[in-house]
Design a protein around this ligand. Structure first.
Ligand code: HEM
Ligand code: HEM
Ligand SMILES: Nc1nc2c(c(=O)[nH]1)N[C@H]1C(S)=C(S)[C@@H](COP(=O)(O)O)O[C@H]1N2
Ligand SMILES: [Mo]
Length: 336
């Protein structure tokens, strides 16, 4: 395959890997499976192109241009992303002490991005009309086919050998502590820390815009016994199925519910904004597995958002606010 087309194919695959990876993280329902499988195929597609790219890279490195260190950094980071993606997907390595293979995977992928952009900008490859010729499209099809075979091969080996990867959820996550909340990991997004909250003085503020319309005490909330079985699925690559108890959020809001979204904020300032229509499906939980939440899992109260990934499940909630702002006017993923 011509070097130029190999590079173009790499560009398309890289963009597709970021896009499908982000979708795999954003979708918590069964549809996420499509994104997760597409992501695996695209990610392994980079490996399929590796033999062709290594010829290009060797030629390029011989030219000793300034900035080739950045290309080496890109190679290392993209290589780590692929390696840790496979380690996670097969289950060969899932937990690495303080971090998970999944976190290393996404970290390496995101770090590789600025290098990839710099790489491409410095070596502009212009598409040509013949890139859409019958022959070129057949070759592109062969790359996708090869990637699909690679994916099927990896999945096949995982299933046949019974590697841990054969037990992962459709999001790619591994079961940790279902039905045993005390064994469930305590996870924060990037940099939040578990606070000590005094239940006696704590109140859950319910606001309509900036006006506080109600303050619920812990005693009052603990009196509700709405219940839901739901799966907490962390983007760090694990999930747990638990029975959560508390009050449906719609029961805590004023009946004249107005606005387009509900903004939930924790004692520590961690925010998430939900569509207003979700209020009857979001649980403000005070208990899990029949016992009060512990500090790590959100005491005094947390959000349980069935069908949404873990970063929506705000712990240590302090305030819920009906607001005129649409729910999608926020970062798709928390920023801190
Ligand atoms: C994961 C993706 C990629 C990796 C790991 C990678 C790695 C490398 C390396 C190590 C070199 C040789 C050193 C250098 O010339 O700086 C190189 C050269 C090059 N790369 Fe990439 N690259 C990737 C993607 C791309 C993409 C997406 C494009 C363009 C759209 C591209 C275009 C080129 C070009 C034009 C050269 C110069 C070849 C020469 O001078 O003969 N690369 N790449
Ligand atoms: C340079 C960019 C990326 C590359 C090359 C890449 C590549 C891969 C590969 C090769 C796998 C293993 C597939 C398998 O064996 O089943 C994988 C898995 C995964 N990646 Fe990525 N990835 C990238 C970026 C991302 C990003 C940005 C995210 C999330 C925001 C992400 C999320 C995932 C998830 C959730 C899995 C697990 C899928 C499963 O278990 O089947 N990836 N990735
Ligand atoms: N206040 C707050 N709530 C939070 C987070 C956080 O960083 N701060 N992390 C979220 C993420 S990413 C996950 S996966 C779950 C983890 O819940 P657990 O620690 O009870 O397992 O909490 C969510 N709620
Ligand atoms: Mo998470």
């Amino acid at each position: 395959m011509a070097g130029r087309r190999t590079n173009l194919a790499l560009l398309v695959l890289l963009a597709a890997a970021i896009l499908t990876g982000a979708l795999a993280y954003a979708i918590g329902s069964g549809w996420g499976r499509v994104a997760v499988i597409a992501h695996g195929v695209v990610g392994l597609g980079l490996l399929v192109l590796a033999p062709w790219k290594s010829a290009i890279a060797r030629r390029g490195l011989r030219r000793r241009r300034p900035g080739s260190w950045a290309s080496v950094a890109l190679t290392v980071l993209a290589g780590l992303a692929v390696l840790f993606g496979i380690l996670h997907g097969t289950g060969l390595v899932v937990d690495l002490g303080p971090v998970t293979a999944m976190q290393v995977h996404v970290g390496a992928a995101l770090l590789s991005l600025p290098f990839a952009v710099g790489h491409v900008v410095a070596r502009r490859v212009r598409p040509r009309r013949t890139d859409l010729s019958r022959r070129a499209l057949l070759r592109a099809g062969a790359v996708v086919g090869g990637a699909g075979l690679a994916y099927a091969g990896v999945e096949g080996v995982v299933r046949v050998t019974g590697l841990p990867g054969s037990d992962r959820r459709f999001t790619g996550s591994y079961e940790r502590g279902s039905g045993r909340p005390e064994e469930m990991p305590v996870t924060q997004w990037l940099n939040d820390a578990v606070p000590e909250v005094d239940a006696a003085s704590w109140r859950l503020e319910v606001a309509s815009g900036s006006e506080v319309v109600r303050r619920w005490s812990y005693e009052e909330l603990a009196g509700f016994d709405d219940r839901v079985r739901a799966t907490l699925d962390c983007t760090g690559g694990w999930y747990a199925d638990q029975v959560w108890e508390g009050a449906w959020l719609s029961r805590l809001l004023p009946p004249t519910g107005q606005g387009r979204s509900i903004r939930v904020v924790s004692v520590t300032g961690y925010p998430r904004r939900f569509p207003i229509g979700d209020a009857s499906r979001l649980l403000v939980a005070t208990r899990v597995g029949g016992r009060p939440l512990d500090a790590g899992h959100g005491f005094p109260a947390r959000v349980v958002a069935p069908g949404r990934r873990g970063f929506w499940w705000v712990k240590w909630i302090a305030r819920v606010e009906a607001s005129p702002v649409p729910w999608w006017l926020q970062w798709p993923f928390p920023v801190t």
